[in-house]
Design a protein around this ligand. Structure first.
Ligand code: BGC
Length: 370
């Protein structure tokens, strides 16, 4: 019943600046000493602007403490830790409650159970990374029919879904970036490449793999096979071992989910094939960061899970407090896609040359992986 008014926007902005860890004292752009300090190239200024706009709009809107929003990821893994931190910080800035869940088994039925429970527990909104792009729809439709706002994040539902919007990486473009990077690494000679990925029913894996394939068009790089593991780390390891056995002249591996790169690196190290097989990862797991710094991982496509969590909470809160229509109007400058229902959180390409700056950016957010 607490009416939160003062300081919300300021608090949120402090979080946005990543300056709260040093007491909330945001430094002027030139550090106060007259020398121009260049912003970190990995700072997503567009996302910060969107969050600031939402924060300002909701500052006076509702009884924040009465509102509960849920973020539902696909399967437990440390990839989600920064998203959890982002979601928690946003909820703390707003003064509302947020929960963060994921399945322990990667099954769509388990995720459907979580969604149904959130509806029964009177959550105002749900942000879900769909394990099964099609299979999730009845649960989304059920939530919407009961007045619960639903958005997807990280991995979208199938076209025609009743979710209001998708928030996250444009996965096809991210796949294209990974494929283009691999083609660049292999040069004109090209070679055989495999993709190792998590959930075969998830749109994010499917779209990334399609993007990778399309990036190889017109090059001498061929995609020989995609392996899936359902976010089971043992299967992920076996998949890399099988790829190396089945394709003895393998030239490159693309790790499509966050743990695939680190697991592939472990296998390449064990088989003394680091460098001989090029490795492009998705995400900046701590092992991928270390691998890049050591020159053992050739490149990584960074997503922004911190911001997916942070903005999920702001979006759902705003949809409840201001309404869906007003929230969409507010977000219009950041929306894309043929239906105008995609809020891209962007992507980063991180290489051994840029790993230092990337780490500095993560430190500014108070997180150690992404
Ligand atoms: C994907 C997530 C997945 C995670 C697994 C990420 O690349 O976007 O959907 O849960 O990898 O670690």
């Amino acid at each position: 019943m607490i009416k939160v008014r003062t300081g919300i926007a300021g608090l949120a902005f402090c979080g946005l600046l990543g300056a709260c860890s040093d007491g909330g004292t945001a430094k002027p752009a030139d550090g106060g000493g007259g020398n121009t300090v260049q912003p970190n190239p990995f700072e997503p200024s567009d996302l910060k602007m969107a969050a600031a706009a939402l924060s300002a709009a909701i500052a006076d809107a509702a009884n924040a403490a009465d509102i509960k929003v849920a973020v539902v990821a696909n399967r437990h893994s440390n990839y989600w830790t920064p998203a959890q931190i982002g979601a928690g910080r946003a909820a703390s800035s707003i003064g509302c409650f947020s929960s963060f869940d994921a399945t322990s088994d990667g099954l769509s039925a388990s995720q459907v159970d979580i969604l149904n429970r959130k509806v029964t527990e009177s959550f105002a909104g749900i942000s879900v990374s769909a394990i099964d792009a099609t299979g999730i729809e009845p649960a989304i439709a059920n939530a919407v029919s009961k007045g619960v706002n639903v958005i997807t994040f990280d991995s979208d539902a199938a076209p025609g879904s009743q979710r209001t919007l998708y928030l996250g990486t444009v996965n096809y473009e991210a796949g294209k970036a990974a494929g283009a990077k691999m083609a660049e690494l292999l040069g004109t000679a090209g070679g055989k490449v495999v993709a190792v990925a998590g959930l075969s029913t998830a749109a994010n894996a499917q779209e990334r793999i399609q993007g990778i394939r399309d990036a190889f068009n017109g090059t001498n790089v061929t995609m020989v096979k995609s392996y899936f593991d359902d976010i089971n780390f043992d299967t992920a390891r076996t998949n890399v071992e099988s790829a190396l056995t089945e394709t003895p002249d393998l030239a490159g591996i693309i790790g499509v989910y966050a743990y695939n790169g680190p697991i592939a690196l472990g296998v390449l190290e064990a088989q003394h094939k680091v460098g001989a097989v090029k490795l492009v990862a998705f995400d900046l797991d701590t092992a991928t960061l270390d691998g890049l710094a050591a020159g053992k991982v050739d490149a990584a496509i960074g997503q922004r899970p911190y911001w997916m969590g942070y903005l999920s909470v702001y979006l759902l809160y705003s949809m409840k407090a201001l309404g869906v229509a007003q929230t969409k109007t507010l977000l219009a400058p950041w929306m894309s896609g043929t239906n105008g229902d995609i809020f891209s959180t962007g992507q980063d390409i991180v290489t051994p040359a840029t790993i230092g700056k990337y780490r500095e950016y993560l430190e500014s957010l108070g997180i150690s992986s992404s």
